[in-house]
Design a protein around this ligand. Structure first.
Ligand code: ZN
Length: 150
């Protein structure tokens, strides 16, 4: 493994072991469940909005290391961001895990999400990585049904 792959691996393992914002949010404005039947990942994403801004975001549930680490990183990246910025991050992440995003020079802007670029080499894992993002997006759009990656 190259040094950069090792770093990625380390970040994903760390977020899987100690997920950030991993809690049920009392008094959430919106909460929605996301399910990836291919792998069995199932999370609930909670959002507290302040106008257009995501004031707080958290998640609960269970899933594989990739899905859990991705949800954890997502909460870090989107908290305090506007709905519009979160949508941009979603689009970037969507392209990233499909290997369609040029991350050169954008490392700062994209932050820790770049650790998931390696997922594009494992098509079965793309849905694990994107699950929490799809779920957050639905919560922001105020959908109420369960989100499925299928
Ligand atoms: Zn999974």
């Amino acid at each position: 493994m190259s040094a950069i792959q090792e770093l990625y691996q380390e970040v994903i393992l760390d977020h899987n072991k100690s997920p950030r914002n991993f809690r049920v949010m009392e008094h959430a404005d919106r909460s929605i469940e996301g399910y990836n039947p291919l792998c069995g990942d199932r999370f609930t994403v909670y959002v507290k909005m302040n106008g257009e801004v995501i004031e707080d975001v958290s998640f609960s549930g269970a899933g594989c290391a990739i899905s859990k680490a991705s949800a954890s990183v997502m909460t870090q990246l989107t908290r305090g961001k506007t709905q519009e910025k979160a949508e941009q991050l979603f689009q970037d992440f969507h392209k990233l895990v499909r290997g369609e995003l040029d991350i050169a020079g954008r490392e700062e802007d994209l932050g820790r999400m770049t650790v998931f670029s390696g997922v594009s080499e494992f098509p079965a894992r793309v849905k694990c990585a994107i699950l929490a993002w799809h779920t957050l997006r639905a919560a922001i759009k105020n959908n109420t049904t369960t989100v499925s990656t299928e």
